[in-house]
Design a protein around this ligand. Structure first.
Ligand SMILES: *Cc1c(COP(=O)(O)O)cnc(C)c1O
Length: 416
């Protein structure tokens, strides 16, 4: 299916190329973000979704302040998973609703999140409920917490008659097993139970599930249908009004093929049908990667090209201590070459001559590889520039910056 809206298929802009071409070698490596492209992409995603679906951005994918701010016009809120993210997102986009999740909330984080008044609380364990109740008991009576129970449901994404892909339902530190969610629901709805006196302040609003990442639209829809169905039956059994269901993030991003984007149009249409079958609750999604991956580039230059036992290696400034994504996921980061013709030196210019090269960073470890044996590196020369695309999510913020004490990259935010 091709999408009618080109903003759903973001690609390299001339602004990024021009900007990188104008940087001095010592200004590299640099992360370059195209905020105008990000805003257009997020607006197109929002437009593909039914009105009754709320779009939250999972801040852990990239919590850069300009990125959070650029998204504000298109998202309904932000999902945060630590006290640090909560404070940072609140300070950056002060009016935005926040959903607070995470499996290991400290007592101090729970206290400050209650006082900060987050919009939704994703409860991950029974003990967390008890801690919340204890904090609320000691707080002013206006303090309320709206709870979604995070549940680890066994569901299948076997849409379209393909082999069922089972997700959730496996041992993890995340969320509640279905029978524990059942027990938490009893605690929250029983007027005579231990939380009875807090019933108007510790309010069960619904269910949250984030079960997998890298799902296609069809798979996401199959999973969302099962989550909503399960949540509706839970609400029926316990006679509480199901106000909302958050079906998580994890929309696929294909690093092998930057143009094979998640089908937001089909996803939006499917969610509209799901809402028709379940007229009660509001739906919420919380993608991270699929919103911001495409708006960031990691730009650098080739420092050296060498032949090693028959294979070419291009060593670039920087490496996986800035962009760890290909190392953690085991993929080749897609890239474009920006040729630099000037070569002011008297010695021969080292260049890739075998038709392919591995792009490695400066670290003294064989794991510092950004792309393996790539034919896109054919002819690549020392001092040419390389723009790694799809570097806008889980890039700099998940990387081990201090390993080997190389300089930090620059950060550039293009706008308009
Ligand atoms: C990481 C995470 C997300 C976002 O996942 P993406 O794969 O980046 O879309 C959403 N919700 C929760 C609870 C998460 O932990």
């Amino acid at each position: 299916m091709t999408d009618p809206d080109p903003a759903l298929e973001p690609s390299m802009t001339d602004a990024v190329r021009r900007h990188v071409a104008g940087l001095a070698p010592d200004a590299l490596p640099a992360f370059v973000y195209d905020l105008a492209a990000l805003r257009a992409h997020a607006a197109a995603v929002r437009a593909a979704l039914p009105e009754r679906v709320e779009l939250y951005y999972a801040a852990k994918a990239n919590p850069d302040a300009p990125v959070l701010t650029a998204l504000r016009g298109s998202v309904d809120g932000y999902e945060v998973s630590s006290g640090g993210e909560l404070a940072h997102v609140r300070a950056t986009v002060p009016d935005a609703p926040l959903a607070f999740g995470g499996p290991g909330k400290t007592p101090a984080e729970i206290l400050s999140a209650v006082d900060a008044g987050v919009h939704r609380w994703h409860v991950e364990s029974e003990q967390e409920l008890h801690r919340l109740a204890a904090v609320l008991t000691g707080r002013r009576p206006e303090a309320v917490v709206d709870v979604l129970l995070r549940v680890n449901l066994p569901v299948g994404a076997g849409a379209l008659d393909t082999v069922a892909l089972a997700m959730g339902g496996r041992p993890t530190p995340f969320g509640l097993d279905p029978e524990r969610a059942e027990a938490c629901t009893r605690l929250l709805t029983d007027p005579l139970g231990p939380f009875g006196p807090l019933r108007r302040r510790l309010r069960l609003r619904g269910v949250h599930a984030h079960l997998a990442s890298g799902l296609t639209a069809a798979e996401q829809l199959a999973v969302a249908g099962q989550i909503v169905g399960w949540a509706s039956r839970l609400a029926e059994r316990h006679a509480f009004p199901l106000a909302e269901v958050n079906v998580g993030g994890g929309m696929a991003v294909d690093y092998e093929d930057p143009r094979a984007h998640f089908d937001w149009t089909a996803f939006g249409e499917g969610l509209a049908k799901l809402l028709d079958r379940h007229p009660g609750p509001a739906l919420r999604i919380e993608p991270g990667r699929a919103l911001t991956a495409y708006c960031g580039w990691y730009a650098t230059e080739v420092l050296d090209v060498k032949r090693s036992h028959g294979e070419d290696f291009a060593v670039v400034r920087g490496g996986t201590h800035h962009l760890r994504t290909p190392a953690t996921r085991g993929h080749d980061q897609p890239f474009d070459v920006l040729p630099v013709d000037a070569w002011p030196h008297a010695w021969p210019r080292p260049a890739v001559a075998t038709g392919r090269a591995t792009l490695a960073g400066q670290l003294c470890t064989p794991k510092d590889v950004l792309a393996r044996a790539s034919t896109a590196a054919d002819g690549l020369r020392t001092a040419d520039r390389v723009l790694f695309s799809m570097a806008g999510a889980y890039g700099w913020n998940i990387s081990h910056h201090d390993f080997l004490m190389h300089p930090r990259p620059g950060f550039h935010y293009l706008d308009g």
